[in-house]
Design a protein around this ligand. Structure first.
Ligand SMILES: Cc1ncc(COP(=O)(O)O)c(C=O)c1O
Length: 387
């Protein structure tokens, strides 16, 4: 069977592949600790499960509008208009199959073949592939450890060409944990406005802030939807990855376009999950602060332990639940790349950690702390004793 050039050009998700490899080793009876997934180990709030059960019992299990149930769109709009005193209503909200679909379909809705999309590197693994799927061209702008992996406004402006349509910006960032300040975002926002560029702001980790304060593009208020699309969802805030609910917050004309695309693609996101999402948004606002306290403890222990491994320099994340660790000095002659180190650790220490190459940068490992404190400590001890 001849596979299309487009499908052939896509790489499979390195984080999902590594997790699958770790799962396969586990199935063979090997005691693998996976610090590779972007998935919290906590159970979701009880109210969520109750709401899902209730929706099944009540027979609320049919299709909904492609763009999402009006009640859920209203709940999402209410959440952000209250949180940021912003003027957002249901017509600014599209409910999607996870934040991933909101990002991918926004690109489909906004770019023409060959349009350029600026992506700061290191980036989340799916961004370049999503741009490819939308037949756009990814243009990478390097960020550096010296600047805490924040996009420098000057570098952003220098990367803009006639064809630039979109900047994808992720705060808090996966993989680096970088959280942008209000002044940084203001500068980036002004440049984008000046050049008529849309900012696709991925704020999926908005509620997982470990240090300092989070600033959302929605806080700019005025005419924000002329050149900003904000993406988020329930996967991280409520530890509800498998429920597959995300959203785009945008101008009504983009929301309608997303509805048309989704209507021919997946139809609505799971009806039962939509009921569960309403319960999460309305009744579980104490959940994220609780898990943030635990993630912060894990981060501090992990940073301390990783710093004691020769050649490992962990970057302290201000948000999300990953530690991006500089391992360049540990590679030496033994490992030709961080991918080789990651392979070695999986085979010999039975620890899965994603190499920097997956995120567009060599010489790093991303260590997810979405695992129990016991497993994190055991995994880092194994790494230390194996390399
Ligand atoms: C930066 C970033 N954006 C989006 C997503 C996708 O989230 P969802 O599970 O809601 O599709 C993830 C998931 O890991 C992520 O890390």
């Amino acid at each position: 069977m001849k596979i299309s050039a487009l499908a052939r050009s896509l790489h499979s998700s390195p984080t999902l592949s590594l997790s699958a490899k770790a799962r396969a080793m586990k199935a063979r009876g090997i005691d693998v600790i996976a610090l590779s997934a972007g998935e919290l180990d906590f159970s979701p709030p009880d109210v969520v499960v109750e709401a899902a059960e209730k929706s099944i019992e009540a027979g609320n299990i049919k299709y909904t509008a492609a763009i999402g149930m009006p009640k859920l769109r209203e709940s999402v709009a209410k959440r952000y208009s209250q949180k940021y005193s912003a003027s957002i209503d249901a017509q600014n909200i599209a409910i999607t199959v996870g934040a991933k679909q909101a990002l991918a379909n926004t690109l489909l809705a906004l770019i023409e073949p060959g349009d350029e999309v600026i992506i700061p590197a290191p980036y989340w693994v799916s961004y370049p592939e999503m741009v490819e799927l939308a037949r756009g061209k990814a243009v990478f702008v390097e960020t550096t450890a010296g600047k805490n992996f924040h996009l420098e406004p000057e570098k952003f402006e220098n990367a803009i060409s006639e064809k630039t349509r979109i900047l994808m910006l992720n705060s808090p960032s996966n993989p680096t944990g970088a959280v942008y300040s209000e002044s940084e975002l203001t500068e980036i926002f002004e440049i984008a406005k000046r050049h008529n560029i849309i900012i696709l702001a991925d704020e999926i980790y908005e509620d997982l802030i470990l240090d300092g304060e989070f600033f959302s593009f929605l806080q700019f208020h005025e005419n924000i939807f002329d050149n900003v699309v904000v993406i988020s969802g329930i996967s991280k805030t409520f530890a509800m990855t498998g429920w597959r609910i995300g959203w785009a917050i945008a101008a009504p004309e983009l929301i309608s376009a997303l509805g048309r695309i989704q209507g021919h693609q997946t139809s609505n996101s799971c009806t039962i999950s939509q009921y569960a999402a309403i319960a999460a948004l309305e009744k579980a606002n104490d959940f994220a602060p609780k898990i943030v306290r635990e993630i912060r403890k894990r981060r501090d222990v992990a940073i301390e332990m990783l710093s004691q491994i020769p050649g490992f320099k962990p970057v302290k994340p201000a948000g999300a639940f990953y530690i991006f660790c500089d391992v360049k000095d540990a590679l030496g002659k033994k490992f030709s790349s961080s991918a080789k180190l990651s392979e070695f650790l999986l085979e010999n220490a039975h620890v899965a950690a994603v190499p920097g190459e997956a995120f567009g940068i060599e010489g790093y490992l991303r260590i997810s702390i979405a695992a129990s404190m016991k497993n994190i400590a055991e995994a880092i001890t194994r790494i230390k004793n194996t390399i």
